[in-house]
Design a protein around this ligand. Structure first.
Ligand SMILES: C[S@@+](CC[C@H](N)C(=O)[O-])C[C@H]1O[C@@H](n2cnc3c(N)ncnc32)[C@H](O)[C@@H]1O
Length: 268
């Protein structure tokens, strides 16, 4: 996940001296990446609803020696402390009930000429070969659980139109979808299903028994070196989440063509 996000930030022109906000920052992995890019004369604010993950994010940033990033409790629907040069959100919009209103609030939080960058998932694009009923069941369980919680795990292809509906200009899009015959790429599915098992059952999507059977079948499929699985998107903080990606729509947008005023004034 990190290489593609890093490439996206570079491509979007995130540069030294900029003020950034990472909305729904979770464990702050991208906040840290932003902090490195903007340097000591720039700054990053990571915002999340969850104070527990913010504590972890603060500790990680401190351990990494980053002093230009801070983490605050806050809601994506109400972004304070702007205007920012860059507003970023990864795997947030798939979890909110009204992504358009979040994108509108995000757009309001950036300078004219600033940049909004969002990354999110398209779970419907998951694939494996040869066909594996357990894999398809896992995909369905994930999508249905997110749906019952008011989100949309297939939001990726909708991102450009959401950004445009929020009045943003110069929208661009790209898609990445890692997959593999072995290793982490194939471990993601059983690990993800184990991670969301309580939510799946709590939402009444299925039973603990079926979840456990599906996880076992995914591990069996994983062990066969002739099978291929794409990486399902999952984005909780932690070492596994860092390596997980199913299919992400990378959408960036600049309100006006060219870099932000601050970037221009610094010759970036
Ligand atoms: C799937 S995680 C993604 C974390 C991080 N962006 C990443 O890519 O690693 C989604 C995060 O969004 C946060 N979140 C969900 N709804 C939110 C809201 N309305 N306002 C702020 N944060 C929110 C959750 O607490 C969670 O940490």
């Amino acid at each position: 996940m990190r290489p593609t996000t890093t490439a996206l930030l570079r491509h979007a022109g995130v540069s030294r001296g900029q003020r950034c906000i990472d909305i729904g920052c979770g464990g702050g992995h991208v906040s840290q990446e932003l902090a490195r890019r903007v340097g000591s004369d720039g700054s990053v604010v990571g915002v999340d609803l969850d104070e527990t993950v913010l504590e972890l994010a603060r500790a990680d940033a401190q351990a990494a020696g980053l002093h230009n990033v801070e983490f605050r409790v806050g809601k994506a629907q109400q972004i304070d402390g702007g205007p920012y040069d860059v507003a970023y959100a990864r795997f947030l919009l798939s979890h909110v009930e009204e992504p358009l209103s979040v994108v509108r609030a995000t757009a309001e939080a950036v300078n004219p000429g600033g940049t909004v960058i969002v990354e999110d998932i398209d779970f419907s694009g998951s694939f494996c070969s040869p066909p594996c009923p357990a894999y398809q069941r896992y995909v369905d369980l994930y999508r249905e659980t997110v749906r019952r919680r008011g989100g949309n795990a297939d939001i990726g292809p909708l991102l450009p139109s959401i950004l445009q509906a929020a009045g943003l200009r110069n929208v661009a899009v790209a898609v990445v979808q890692p997959c593999g015959l072995e290793g982490d790429a194939k471990l993601v599915s059983p690990l993800t299903l184990a991670r969301i098992a309580n939510s799946v059952v709590a939402e009444g999507v299925t039973t603990t028994n079926e979840v456990n059977q599906t996880i076992s079948a995914l591990y069996a499929y994983h062990a066969d070196p002739t099978t291929i699985m794409s990486l399902p998107a999952w984005c909780k903080p932690g070492p596994v989440a860092d390596r997980v990606r199913l299919r992400a729509c990378f959408t960036m947008r600049r309100r006006r063509a060219g870099a932000s005023r601050r970037s221009r004034s610094r010759g970036a």
